[in-house]
Write a protein that binds this ligand. Structure first.
Ligand code: SF4
Length: 173
């Protein structure tokens, strides 16, 4: 059977290189696990066999920011720790995304006190907020899928030749 006849019988698929590249990018998002307090336990559970984050191509959690695409902040961020979180974010290459996991990372949560940052969006560009105290692993996976949706709408070349950002000061330091 000739190729043309085969297509007529079985149909064919068209796409663009951009769509193919976006599919590959959204299916291999490597998280930087910033497990700071109790939310980290649920984040770790997400990587286990029951919830199996590998289904989304994100099982490769790296502990070096230079190999990561998404900063996963899981826990209460104090002002002392905020400098570390920001530095790790700065060391991640573009393009990059941020998930605030749990109410503490999103808003400070129950800690309305002077040492706790009232939401990491005061010093980081948060893409997805995951509700809960702590959020269940399914909820974190939902947040990851929202990041994948965002990636799908971008093109890799948008992120080429982006200048390095100046480090942001936190509380004047
Ligand atoms: S949101 Fe709840 S579980 Fe998560 S770090 Fe805060 S207190 Fe702990």
């Amino acid at each position: 059977m000739g190729l043309e006849a085969k297509f007529m019988n079985e149909g064919f698929l068209t796409s663009t290189v951009d769509a193919l590249v976006a599919w590959a990018r959204e299916s291999s998002v490597w998280p930087m696990p910033m497990g700071i307090s109790c939310c980290a336990i649920e984040m770790i559970a997400t990587a286990g066999p029951k919830y199996d984050i590998a289904r989304f191509g994100s099982e490769v959690m790296r502990f070096t920011p230079r190999q990561c695409d998404v900063l996963l902040v899981a826990g209460t961020v104090t002002y002392k720790m905020a400098h570390v979180v920001k530095k790790i974010y700065d060391q991640m290459p573009e393009p990059k995304w941020v998930i605030a996991m749990g109410v503490c990372a999103s808003t400070g949560g129950v800690y309305r006190s002077y040492p706790v940052v009232q939401g990491i969006d005061t010093f980081l560009p948060v893409d997805v907020y995951v509700a809960g105290c702590p959020p269940r692993p399914e909820n974190l996976l939902n947040g990851l899928m929202m990041i994948q949706e965002k990636i799908k709408k971008t093109k890799a070349r948008e992120f080429q030749n982006i200048p390095m950002l100046e480090p942001v000061k936190i509380n004047g330091n």
